[in-house]
Design a binder for this molecule. Sequence first.
Ligand code: NI
Ligand code: MN
Length: 229
Amino acid sequence: MLAIRYLGHSAFLLEAEGKTVAVDPFLRDNPMAAVGPEEIAPGTILLTHAHNDHVGDTIAIAKRTGAKVIATYELGQWLGRQGVAGAAPAAHGGTVTFDGGTVKLVPAWHTSSYFDGENDVAPGVPAGLVVRMGGATVYFAGDTCLFGDMRLIGEEGLDVAVLPIGDNFTMGPKDAARAVEFLGVKTVIPCHYNTEPAIRQDPEVFKRLVEEQPGVRCVVLAPGESHQV
Ligand code: NI
Ligand code: MN
């Protein structure tokens, strides 16, 4: 059993067998955040890319909890230089083991950099995440457009896909619905919407659109809510 808890924007907390994993823990500056960064204590943090709305509070949380932080190479190296002892750089195609599961990095079409207040740093590339934990397989697309190789990612045998629907910076609802078809997944959780005006969406519109596909269920989570797999 895996609990997937939505923390708002693209931040999630995964819990299984007493292990806790945070995905893209953008909390302090996130107007949708269900919790503050000091309220979570993950043993592992998984990052899709370096943008501030994904790295978020990673450095502070990792320094406090000693979490392993799995990210694409340049971001992982940069986090290490910021004093994150558990930084674990990886790259697409690689599977990394963490306490309670594994993650395979897969492609995502987007950009990646962190703004440190003066400069864009930690350039690198974004990733999607195929997480295996608590007997479930969950795909976090990260920030991405629709792309045909989502069909290959679907061959990983996904129980749930977590997809951005905000448009502007990522897929919008129509392309996200096509992504569900490409992935062949039957449960989808939307994210990356309504955090700022540019990504305003009604998730119920996406739900109706995607549930036109046979057997597909869309689980719309309010920040703080969980879905059990
Ligand atoms: Ni981004
Ligand atoms: Mn983003």
